[in-house]
Design a protein around this ligand. Structure first.
Ligand code: OAD
Ligand code: ZN
Length: 271
């Protein structure tokens, strides 16, 4: 199970970290409250803040870090049953984990749908508008096009139901870089069998690791990359890990040297 904390080492802020998290840095958009950026009612009144975020997360702006590649290595070794992620940055896909092994529980920017006629919008149309700071509109009915990111109150993708078959058969649960504050995702951490070790690698002890800990829980506090590195060393996989990262990084050089800072600190000309 993964959350925004696995992508902060790639330069993408998480949501809830005080000071650096996205939710503490949206004041200039006059949102009634930070979560409004992911609420449909607000989106239809003012879609701009959401599309500014979308532009920042444009595929190619960021690259996976060792955490993503560690999960990819688990897959290469036939050890990854499934990766359940809350992230919408798409870095799991970029790291080479196949779609069949992924559950993008809060959706993805990889596809987009018209909010009026529900037709799928071609990616190139959607991104052309977003990159030009225009609100993307449907070719057919002119309705606003929204990427298939799950907003608060929207149902999760059907693939999320895979948890019903996956969690009872898992024999290890890794929980990486999430506050475990958003349901129904957070509760997945309780669905593995009680005999199964749960390993949390995170800045803070969160969710049921804090309020309903189990005897076989392992908690590694601190930076997620540091924690993963430690695990990789213990497993004797350091060289394989480095080889994989070298190969993959040659395949995916950054398209732009951009950071999400422009969302957090917009130029003074923006309202
Ligand atoms: P949060 O921002 O709530 O939590 C991120 C967690 O990662 C926190 O516990 C941080 O302390 C920790 N963290 C951050 N950087 C870290 C690092 N370098 N090393 C170790 N830990 C680190 O993000 P999520 O749990 O993913 O919803 O949030 C869940 C959902 O809330 C998101 O998917 C999003 C948001 O509303 C939607 O997009 C619909
Ligand atoms: Zn339409």
């Amino acid at each position: 199970m993964a959350g925004a904390g696995i992508s902060t080492p790639s330069g993408i802020p998480d949501f809830r970290s005080p000071g650096s998290g996205l939710y503490s840095n949206l004041k200039q958009y006059n949102l009634p409250y930070p979560e409004a950026i992911f609420e449909l009612t607000f989106f239809f009144q003012n879609p701009k803040p959401f599309f500014t975020l979308a532009k920042e997360l444009y595929p190619g702006n960021f690259k996976p870090n060792m955490t993503h590649y560690f999960l990819r290595l688990l897959h290469d070794k036939g050890l990854l049953l499934r990766l359940y992620t809350q992230n919408i940055d798409g870095l799991e896909r970029v790291s080479g984990i196949p779609a069949s092994k992924l559950v993008e529980a809060h959706g993805t920017f990889a596809s987009a749908t018209c909010t009026v006629c529900l037709r799928a919008c071609p990616g190139e149309d959607f991104w052309a508008a977003v990159l030009a700071d225009r609100v993307p509109c449907c070719r057919v009915c002119t309705g606003i096009v929204k990427p298939d990111v799950v907003f608060f109150g929207e149902p999760l993708p059907e693939r999320f139901l895979l948890h019903v078959v996956d969690f009872p058969v898992a024999d290890l649960l890794l929980v990486l870089g999430t506050s475990l504050e958003v349901e129904p995702f957070a509760s997945l951490s309780e669905y593995v069998r009680h005999s199964v070790p749960r390993v949390l690698i995170n800045q803070a002890v969160v969710g049921t690791f804090a309020w309903q800990p189990r005897g076989r829980d392992v908690v590694q506090l601190g930076d997620v990359v540091h924690g993963v590195e430690k695990l990789v060393t213990l497993l004797g996989w350091t060289e394989e890990m480095q080889d994989l990262m070298r190969r993959e990084r040659e395949k995916h050089p950054l398209h732009q040297d951009s950071t999400i800072d422009s969302l957090i600190k917009p130029s003074s000309s923006e309202s």
